[in-house]
Design a protein around this ligand. Sequence first.
Ligand code: NAP
Length: 281
Amino acid sequence: MKIGIVGLGLIGGSLAIDWRSLGHTILGVSRRPSTCEAAIARGIVDQASCDLALMAEAEVVVLCTPLGAFLPTVDQLLPHLSPETIVTDVGSVKGWVVEAIAPRWENFVGGHPMAGTAESGLDAALTGLFQNCIYAITPTAQTPIRAVEVVTQLARSLQAQVYQCDPQDHDRAVAWISHLPVMVSASLIASCMDEESATVRSLAQTLASSGFRDTSRVGGGNPELGVMMARYNQAAVVRSLQGYRQQLDAILQTIETSDWDSLETLLGQTQRDRPAFVDPV
Ligand code: NAP
């Protein structure tokens, strides 16, 4: 199959590597000529260009640019495609992406592989990045079945597990498990830095160990990614933060009032609930 990939970075490059190794022909479009040249030189793609006209021959086109470039890219891309071309994307937010693209392209299937690293760009692309990951796809009632099947098969060929869900539900779910944790973890670091005593703050930095390493990791990551999450999934992130604030207030109250039984009940419940998120059956 001829697969077009627009945006040869971490995700686009990693998809290209795996699909090409399975025998597909990969046509890549990226913003910078140097990225296109590197992708050809490293055998990641068969052909590459900065011109979206290269996508005219593709049977499936995968949008892998940053979310902010999606709509201008689609505007320029669609006139090059024949109507049967299947378009999909890998964006981490699905509601507005599906709402914006599906009415303009019948054969559009929203997608989001739940895999990544802290790195970005073509140099960060990896073999086998999607192995054993969940690959969410978000078709609507109007999405042609064949388009859903083709995207499902391509995702499964990466040894990913395909999971279908509603685009808005997807955004609310990733707000809880991906976007809220970044804001909570960043708030944790910022709160520690607000400690008035320089002695205590410095001691905290010296004593910090694995617990702080775990809980601060996502708050200490790339600021652009955090802003992207809040900007493109604003309503769901606000909703999750409000829910989180309520929980924080409830915990605060148990501690201020020395209500240790309630605190133990709450922490016992979270201890029982955590495996459903991190070790699902
Ligand atoms: P990335 O490593 O920064 O790659 C994106 C690449 O797109 C850039 O390297 C850039 O390449 C190219 N690009 C930028 N603007 C472009 C344009 N207008 N036209 C064509 N190419 C353009 O980012 P990423 O992490 O792969 O993320 C890409 C998409 O995957 C995003 O929509 C994100 O939501 C989604 N996603 C990310 C992760 C993750 O963990 N990172 C996980 C799942 C999904 P050059 O400038 O070098 O040409």
